[in-house]
Write a protein that binds this ligand. Structure first.
Ligand SMILES: [Zn+2]
Length: 414
């Protein structure tokens, strides 16, 4: 990645002047000091959270943890919705518009995973400690500091701990939130906190579609039933055709066959064969082309089955089922939230880069609502593994960054 050339001071934008004004406020200085002094408390939250299991579709215990914290802080209208999203409001005026800040509660780790954490110097270890216990900790830190300080906002703020970001969760938490008129029609922009770091911001939502393909047949004995169409062979043909598809480098478009299963023994014609395929692109158009190609390849393999087996008995069947769909979208270059993040980064002397990624921001972005995803500060690694770690050293910087972005979004004044 190439670094952006520094912008000369003479060309300071109005966003930069605005950030400089906010950063000079006495209450902002006080908030920075508070965040710095709370580091040990943040570590406790982060380790506590990490040790609460939160697999996809099993986030309830973590939702309850966050609900209690929001309630103890005195946020208004604290609630857990039907899916397990936790919401709490900081409002100044009932009718004011709304800025959202969110962090996902779910992890990739299934029930039964050992979730022990440990601390060595500035490093915390544990599955999910960075993605996204660090994000939820930052969310709670923001709620705490903004509730304490006497800021005057032009808008209200909703703090959101959402479910269903990872893998098969398929962004269900965000989707549900933004299909609810109460939130969809009032949230002007959303700041998503996900994982560690301060060096990136998401300006493009990576779209993905996932499919499960299954061929089924009567199966049989490898010797006596020879000639009965074989689902594994049909599936293999479809995948072999598909693997030859040419995808553009720009907009970057990719595909993967990630899981394959079927069959029982070497001397049986299998009754079924299944594969899971993941398609990704920065462009909705390319994503659609790739899906069309996948469907063609599968249909082609099926068409090679003799007509007698497609129509009559014993019947061969084919199912192509969607198991994931994340919209692709892009922030306009002049989006307010982008100007703010860039101005904050310049103010804090952070060298950051725009990123193409699949995050909770995909959902508002696909609806034309400004959103971006940034890290919780610090540093992290080993995401989605049992060796995951988070280094707290630069957490401060990340929290200052998030706070300044939020304050600018809300149009804060002393
Ligand atoms: Zn995450």
């Amino acid at each position: 990645m190439a670094s952006r050339p520094p912008i000369p001071d003479s060309s300071r934008t109005s966003s930069q002047r605005e950030i400089a004004r906010i950063a000079e406020m006495r209450s902002v200085h006080a908030a920075f000091t508070y965040l710095h002094n709370q580091e040990m408390e943040f570590r406790r939250w982060q380790r506590e959270l990490t040790e609460i299991p939160s697999p996809p579709f099993g986030e309830a215990a973590r939702s309850e943890w966050l609900r209690l914290k929001f309630a103890a802080l005195g946020l208004e209208d604290v609630q857990v919705d039907e899916l397990g999203n936790v919401l709490g409001l900081l409002s100044r005026e009932p009718a004011a518009s709304l800025i959202g800040v969110s962090a996902h509660l779910d992890t990739v780790f299934p029930h039964g995973t050992a979730l022990k954490t440990r601390e060595e110097g500035s490093r915390l270890y544990g599955p999910g400690i960075s993605d996204n216990a660090a994000g939820v900790t930052a969310l709670l830190a923001m709620a705490t500091v903004l509730k304490r300080a006497g800021f005057k906002f032009a808008t209200n703020i909703v703090f959101i701990g959402n479910v269903g970001e990872e893998g098969e969760g398929n962004l269900r938490g965000m989707r549900h939130l933004f299909s609810t008129p109460k939130w969809r029609d009032t949230i002007q922009s959303l700041l998503v906190i996900d994982g560690a770091g301060t060096d990136t911001y998401v300006n493009q939502a990576l779209g993905s579609r996932r499919f499960e393909i299954t061929f089924r047949g009567p199966g049989g004995h490898s010797w006596s039933d020879f000639g009965v169409p074989n689902p594994i062979v049909l599936l293999s043909r479809a995948l072999a055709h598909f693997s030859e598809v040419l995808v553009p480098e720009s907009p970057r478009t990719t595909f993967n066959v990630g899981v394959i299963s079927g069959g029982t023994s070497v001397n049986s014609i299998p009754e079924s064969a299944t594969a899971r395929v993941d398609l990704r692109s920065a462009s909705m158009e390319e994503l659609q082309k790739l899906e069309d190609r996948l469907r063609e390849c599968v249909a082609e393999a099926w068409s090679e089955v003799p007509l007698s087996h497609r129509a009559g008995e014993p019947k061969i069947t084919l199912a192509l089922e969607s198991i994931g769909d994340r919209p692709a979208a892009e922030l306009p270059a002049d989006a307010r939230i982008l100007k703010i993040v860039r101005a904050v980064d310049k103010h804090l002397r952070i060298e950051s880069f725009p990123r193409l990624a699949s995050t909770d921001a995909n959902v508002p972005l696909s609806l034309g609502i400004e959103a971006t995803t940034i890290g919780a500060g610090g540093d992290g690694g080993g995401a989605h593994t049992l060796r995951e770690w988070f280094d707290c050293t630069q957490r401060d910087l990340g929290l200052k960054r998030i706070l300044l972005v939020l304050l600018a979004l809300t149009g804060v004044h002393e």
